[in-house]
Design a protein around this ligand. Sequence first.
Ligand code: BGC
Length: 420
Amino acid sequence: MPNHLRLKFPKNFLWGAATSAHQVEGGLHNQWTIWELKNATSLAARAPYLYDDLESWGAIKVAAKRPHSYVSGRAADHYRLFEQDIELVHQLNMNAFRFSVEWSRVQPDMDTWNKDAIDHYRRVLAACKKRGIEPIVTLFHFTLPEWFSELGGFEHGSNVHYFVDYAERVLRELGPSVRYVITINEPEVYAAESYLHAAWPPQQQSRRQWLCVLHNLIKAHNQLAKRIHGMSRRYRVSITKNSSYIYPGDDSWLSVRAAAVMQYWRDDFLLRRVIKQCDFIGLNYYFSDRVYGYRVHNPSDRVNDVGWNMQPDNLTRALERLYEAYQIPILITENGLADAADTDRQWWLGQTVLAMQRALDKGIVLIGYLHWSLLDNFEWDKGFWPRFGLFAVDYATMQRTPRKSAIWFSRLIKKARNGG
Ligand code: BGC
């Protein structure tokens, strides 16, 4: 990105980073930790078959083949080091931080409410407030308490109220410093990975179950958002939507139609069912999909460590499309890349900032940008080897080291916040 470029971002634009409890906190017991312990050996054993054609394989193979890499364990020890980590957010010149409240900590059994866990998250909020950082609180980010998962989790509509009641109470107890709330992170990703692709717990493969879970998550969001709005109008509520920009690779009728249909299923099927209960759209953007005929065929010239093609500039188009369709503000709740060697992150960030600037210039109302992620973290069924952090984490010492791109980004944020 050219250094002389003038940035014109709104004064109150949120510049921040995002995390989720299971991926950084450590010391958890939930449906995921139970699953990890059972599956770590097989996840490690299948790594060479899944990943050995990645460009990054040479660098990642030792970690990817170790069962230990697939057990979240202490993660990045963020539960203990949260104050220090929020100070890192501040050092990056950021003014926003997204984190999730871990349900299994707060309500470890159906009848137990853990006040210490609530106090912890109050301290997290206080650490943000002290530094002028706007918290963005996620209430469900893929992990369930064991008791809820044993009841069938979101498979049954009759279980939805457990989550809604829990989440409402959490917000009441966290108090007035919370404004931005994400009820559910990527409902469609959770439903598909867990009930259609059988990649995540409980590893089911049933179209019926998948649609049922999706339906119940929609219901959960709508019910919860209504309750939250009933509590106070200060709340700004949404889900996060994992979206890719899907575009035809040529102008044949089939490619154009197929891309439009795929985009509908990717985004609109879900968004249309929750949008009335959203004050903004939480957008998680990582990649685009290029369609030829009825198939996705992505350019493979620039891919990140997990093999996702990198087209950061298409963010403008993703924003344009969503804004045109729904006409409500958008907050980029996740965006980033796995890049252990930090070779592409600065380029990615620069392109992303330009893409946001173009969107703002076109009149799109953009609330902010949250980079995924503040720290290296536990990447679900891929374990610890993908490195998404602005800060590298040494998992032996828990030392955090800013990547060069993070330092560069912090200067850019400073410039943007000072009026460009
Ligand atoms: C999820 C994160 C995840 C990230 C990178 C998003 O789908 O919300 O939990 O780490 O993508 O894969």
